[in-house]
Design a protein around this ligand. Structure first.
Ligand SMILES: Nc1nc2c(c(=O)[nH]1)N[C@H]1C(S)=C(S)[C@@H](COP(=O)(O)O)O[C@H]1N2
Ligand SMILES: [Mo]
Length: 381
């Protein structure tokens, strides 16, 4: 009986854990339980080109809506000739499906290093893991906008809306954002219903989400139910106020909407994922591995690694890119001698631009867009 109690309460704990983790690995670092925010350990990302669904990071501003495929509708309106309402069956059967391998990166990824420069109250200290890559499959947004009779006009924007309500928004409102119509009409932007050949999980926006490769994750709206073609960017809190690089001396609690630089295209970035921080490493050959990600429409030119804080550099081996929208893996094997080593990496893009050196030079009040040189401190035994 006792045994039974013990094992059933153990089962219950496991069940609870799985429910709380939304099908995620047990070693995810949970930044918030409600809304659910979690990142995988760096080494879990280094496994391969695509991130396994149970390791893919989760970034939410409100509780997830529970929408079945039967209930789901997408309305397309605004400056269109033929406003539309699509069901899940119509979206998936009337439009040709396309697949795109794309990296989703949260603008707050690597905030932990900015926090060491100056505190950023109320924001999660994301380490290396608020970035992941999937093969997304769905209809091209351009095809759906085409069906609604959209005339391509440089000045217009497409605003997305979703039903999840964010208590952190001011005033409280449901999640939304927008992208320029010119980006919306490009081939890589999808209304996705599959992720790594699985139906899009609810935690990642199922039944249908927007995927905007090359832009910050915040623009890839999950559980999307509305699209409006309009003359200006979305007035939603997460477009007009939150995802912006404020000047270092601005007070994020009092700045008016529209202040600061609106984040859209990702900037050149890289990170060191293996070896992990503060792990003991045996002396001898040490393989350093990480990703580099070029900004929207650019490619990676080279990745350099330094073992002496940037005085001298060696070039890493670059693996081929799975797609222009995905991270590119790099590695370098060095001879590790006993003692502490400071590992540094920096990427260059194909326009000859490289990353800024220090997080201090990038610090901003909401802690977004850290693309400083990657740094990991390790101890060789
Ligand atoms: N509806 C909705 N869409 C959303 C969000 C959200 O909170 N609600 N978070 C955004 C942010 S900030 C990011 S980084 C990505 C994260 O997607 P993921 O949770 O599938 O990794 O979704 C974006 N889309
Ligand atoms: Mo994000």
């Amino acid at each position: 009986m006792r045994e039974f109690h013990r094992s059933s309460s153990l089962l219950f704990k496991v069940f609870l854990k799985v429910v709380l983790m939304w099908g995620k690995r047990r070693d995810m670092t949970v930044r918030d339980r409600l809304p659910f925010n979690a990142e995988p350990p760096a080494a879990a990302l280094a496994g391969g080109e695509l991130t396994a669904l149970d390791a893919f990071y989760c970034r939410n501003h409100g509780p997830f809506p529970d929408i079945t495929r039967e209930q789901w509708r997408l309305t397309v309106d605004g400056i269109v000739q033929k406003p539309l309402t699509l069901t899940y069956d119509e979206l998936t059967s009337q439009f040709t499906p396309h697949s795109v391998v794309a990296t989703l990166a949260c603008a707050g990824n690597r905030r932990a290093e900015l926090l060491k420069v100056r505190p950023i109250p109320g924001k999660d200290p994301w380490a290396h893991g608020a970035i992941s890559t999937a093969e997304w499959r769905g209809a091209r947004l351009a095809d759906v906008l085409g069906a609604a009779g959209v005339d391509v006009d440089e000045g217009l924007h497409v605003a997305f809306s979703a039903p999840d309500v964010a208590q952190e928004a001011s005033p409280v409102q449901s999640y939304g954002s927008s992208i320029p119509l010119s980006k919306a009409m490009s081939q890589e932007v999808l209304l996705a219903w599959e992720m790594n050949s699985e139906p899009l999980p609810r935690v990642h926006g199922g039944p249908v989400r927007v995927v905007v490769p090359g832009y910050i994750g915040a623009r890839s709206v999950k559980w999307v139910t509305g699209m409006t073609v309009q003359p200006a960017p979305s007035a939603n809190y997460f477009q007009a106020s939150d995802y912006r690089i404020l000047p270092p001396d601005a007070d994020p609690d009092t700045v008016p909407p529209g202040e600061g630089i609106s984040l859209s295209m990702l900037a050149l970035n890289c990170d060191i994922l293996v070896p992990g921080e503060d792990v003991e490493i045996p002396a001898g050959p040490l393989t350093i591995r990480g990703y580099a990600l070029a900004g929207d429409g650019r490619g990676i030119g080279r990745v350099d690694v330094s073992l002496d804080d940037g005085r001298t550099w060696r070039q890493a081996d670059l693996e081929p890119a799975a797609s222009p929208w995905a991270w590119r893996w790099w590695s370098l094997t060095v001879q590790a001698r006993p003692g502490p080593i400071s590992l540094t990496a920096r990427a260059w893009d194909d326009t000859g631009v490289t990353q800024p050196e220090s997080p201090a030079s990038l610090w901003n009040p909401r802690g977004y867009g850290n693309n400083a040189w990657a740094h990991v401190e390790v101890v060789v035994a």
